[in-house]
Design a protein around this ligand. Structure first.
Ligand SMILES: [Zn+2]
Length: 309
């Protein structure tokens, strides 16, 4: 046995995979690399949340597993700057790693399918077993827990934003390179479009919303979450995009992105998002999701239904 294997075995014993111990170990490593974040990660709020939730059993609406959550001691200061709830990006399922945000999106999707088809699925995993029937769904998150269950289901299409490659190209079966500001699908291609914390990264989100409306069938649903400040009438602009050149209005805010490591956030959406979506042809409702049994609290999901032409 090599030294490296001994070290790996020791690491697995001391900090088992999918354990809060490993989460805390990773957090401490990150804090040691960015000492300025120490007080915004190791503080009373995070310790209290950790103790409150670490043994909280729940049924995951993505993978169906009964689990207790992982808590990664989020950067509270950063969450507040981004107008994001402290718990929203954490409390991951140990089995599928879906966060609270992804679980709230899953619940909104399952509720919408129940209303549309009369069939209730308890999780994305059971939906994947049964399939989508005639429905066509476009998911803009190729790396999510939801995607990992649906990726091989007929009718399910995934996409990413890869500016170095040809727009519209099929990277692998059912997986396309798509710029949401000029989508390479014909009108009325889909019944459902999902985006999850994508639109704040799209330079002109109004154009993208017009495009999403175009590719949906009448009565189709655009189900999404975004950083959203209900207390702000208008979007909180982080970057001025009124000219061809980006002008930062505050220090640039990059959110984690599995493809690039960090992607610029242009805005936090305000309440007039709803009027703008309406003006491009959607009936919009905003849902605060509370499902303690699924460990979703203060979940935030918009459901925008394409009006008939
Ligand atoms: Zn899960």
């Amino acid at each position: 046995m090599t030294i490296e294997m001994i070290f790996q075995n020791f690491l697995q014993w001391a900090l088992p995979m999918n354990s809060n111990r490993r989460m805390i170990g990773r957090m401490l490593k990150q804090v040691s690399q960015m000492p300025a974040t120490v007080t915004s990660r190791i503080n009373y709020v995070n310790v209290a949340n950790f103790l409150r939730y670490r043994n909280r059993a729940f049924i995951c609406p993505i993978c169906s597993c009964r689990s207790t959550p992982l808590y990664d001691f989020p950067d509270i200061k950063l969450r507040r700057e981004h107008k994001i709830g402290v718990l929203r990006e954490t409390l991951q399922c140990r089995e599928c790693f879906g966060s609270l945000r992804q679980r709230s999106l899953a619940i909104a999707l399952l509720d919408y399918l129940h209303d549309k088809t009369g069939i209730r699925h308890d999780s994305i995993a059971t939906l994947a077993d049964v399939g989508l029937g005639d429905l066509r769904l476009l998911d803009t998150d190729n790396f999510s827990a939801i995607s990992s269950f649906l990726k091989n289901v007929p009718g399910y299409t995934r996409c990413s934003y890869l500016p170095d490659r040809i727009w519209g190209s099929e990277i692998e079966p059912g997986y396309y390179n798509i710029n949401l500001e000029r989508i390479d699908f014909v009108d009325r291609s889909f019944d459902i479009v999902l985006t999850s914390d994508v639109m704040e990264h799209v330079r002109n989100s109004d154009v993208a919303h017009t495009e999403i409306n175009r590719i949906l069938k009448s009565g189709g649903a655009y189900i999404f979450n975004v950083p959203y400040d209900e207390h702000s009438e208008r979007d909180i602009l982080l970057v001025d995009t009124s000219t061809n050149e980006d002008r930062y209005l505050c220090s640039p805010q990059y959110h984690g992105d599995p493809l690039t490591g960090g992607i610029i956030a242009y805005r936090v959406f305000g309440r007039d998002l709803i009027a703008r979506l309406s003006s491009v042809g959607f009936e919009v409702s905003f849902h605060r999701i509370e499902k303690p049994g699924n460990l979703v609290t203060d979940g935030d999901v918009f459901v925008a239904i394409k009006r008939a032409a």
